[in-house]
Design a binder for this molecule. Structure first.
Ligand code: FES
Length: 89
């Protein structure tokens, strides 16, 4: 994904940092290839790692992520759960 698809870069936040739902990645299965997901960048979502609009009223915005094509054996994705990865999600 290009940097223009990142609605907010963590480097641009200054002293404002996202909440950390969990240290480490979360494994997600059974995502439909081509589906666009909204990755939570604020760390406040109760549907983490996906956005549930809990960011409203904060400067954070979700990041669009298109589920890549995969074969049946690679349908598991490791998604950042601490929100500090340089390559989200
Ligand atoms: S709930 Fe976190 S970015 Fe939307």
């Amino acid at each position: 994904m290009g940097s223009d698809e990142y609605l907010l870069n963590i480097e641009d936040l200054g002293d404002l940092k996202p909440c950390i739902p969990m240290y480490g990645p979360i494994t997600i299965k059974n995502l439909k290839p081509g589906k666009v997901m909204l990755y939570c960048r604020c760390g406040l979502s109760k549907d983490t790692p996906w956005c549930d609009n809990s960011h409203v009223g904060t400067p954070f915005k979700p990041m669009k992520w298109k589920v890549p094509e995969f074969s049946g054996a690679t349908s598991r994705f490791s998604i950042c759960h601490c929100k500090y990865t340089k390559k989200p999600p």
